[in-house]
Ligand binder design. Structure first.
Ligand code: SF4
Length: 334
């Protein structure tokens, strides 16, 4: 499984070259009900309890080979993210150093922030230029319902971890807030009282930015629903009252312009598509934009992958999504 993947288009970070330091099976501190990667297979919060399959040497080799072949032109960020919680890899600090030594690009991390209460984890994250941390709930009860954390992870500890991290971190700290509804659980985070509490928390924790999103890809729990565009705009207004000019909506409400396409060989393209889909089940159009390849080529490659039994398609909210169908029994998407 490739450690370096993409680049993928990102509303927050432009065109992002991905680094996945925790490849499948999905290993995470949380098991969010909206997660696009399906259920968490290994739930853990302490890097010491996890076997790090990706070591700094393998990242250095892959990144060097990627840069020799493609260079870094057109890439805006190198982003540590992928198929689980990156902050469970104990070598993160060393890896950031490797990336910075090889390419002159800002380095970002997408994290649940669920283990920032561990001082050794906070230390590993100090070298990033941007850290995007989850903030989906304003209190313990909805935190447990939405993020379904490891049983030993408490909401007050997560907040404490974020506060401590903010004190030592000199880069940009952004909160990512996923707004959603789930009727059976009585969840609707687009309600005014919930939004106001989240906005106050984001301000108190010292976030530089807030990124508001909703469910646009198939969620782990099918009954989880997105909030409407109007509700997103209302949420933006409420957050803006406390943090003027620091709030962005991540959704097709604010699409980014597509990047220029280029031609790639079909076999290489099929490998890239598989690597992409493991981290992000996608539509053909999303793959086309993410990989910088024409829609026609992507559809041809997907057709071949489907007939080879390597990907399967399914419908969600009127769109056809693709996901990998690998033969490895530890594959979380089987
Ligand atoms: S959304 Fe992120 S934090 Fe939540 S379960 Fe999925 S990978 Fe983990």
């Amino acid at each position: 499984m490739a450690v370096v993947y993409g680049p993928v288009p990102s509303w927050r970070l432009g065109k992002s070259l991905g680094v996945d330091p925790m490849p499948p099976p999905k290993t995470c501190i949380y098991d969010c009900i909206y997660c696009q990667l399906g259920p968490t297979r290994v739930k853990e919060f302490d890097p010491k309890a996890v076997v790090a399959k990706v070591k700094p040497e393998s990242l250095a080799l892959e990144l060097s080979s990627y840069l020799k072949k493609r260079g870094s032109a057109g890439i805006d960020y190198v982003t540590f993210s992928g198929s689980g919680e990156p902050a469970l890899n104990p070598y993160l600090g060393e890896m950031v150093g490797i990336v910075k030594g090889m390419v002159d690009l800002p380095v970002a991390l997408l994290t649940s922030a669920g283990n920032l209460f561990l001082p050794e984890v906070r230390d590993e994250l100090l070298g990033f230029d941007v850290v995007v941390a989850k903030l989906d709930a304003p209190e313990e009860c909805s935190f447990k319902l939405i993020n379904r954390p490891h049983p030993k992870v408490r909401f007050d500890e997560v907040l404490e971890g974020l506060k401590e991290f903010r004190k030592g971190f000199r880069g940009i700290l952004a909160a990512e807030v996923m707004l959603l509804k789930e009727d059976r659980l009585g969840l609707d985070t687009s309600k005014d009282e919930c939004l106001s509490a989240l906005a106050e928390l984001a301000k108190e924790l010292g976030f530089d930015e807030v990124h508001l999103g909703t469910v646009i890809r198939p969620p782990a729990i099918p009954t989880v629903r997105r909030v409407s565009d109007d509700e997103l705009l209302k949420a933006e207004g409420l957050f803006e009252e406390l943090m003027p000019r620091h709030v962005t909506i991540l959704s097709p409400l604010h699409p980014r312009p597509p990047k220029p396409y280029e031609l790639k060989g079909i076999e290489g393209l099929k490998d890239e598509i598989l690597s992409f889909l493991v981290r992000r089940p996608s539509r053909a159009k999303g793959l086309s934009l993410g990989l910088g390849v024409s829609l026609k080529e992507v559809e041809r490659a997907l057709g071949e992958l489907e007939s080879e039994g390597l990907v399967s398609s399914y419908e969600y909210m009127g769109s056809v999504f693709y996901k990998p169908k690998l033969t490895n029994p530890s594959n979380p998407f089987k």
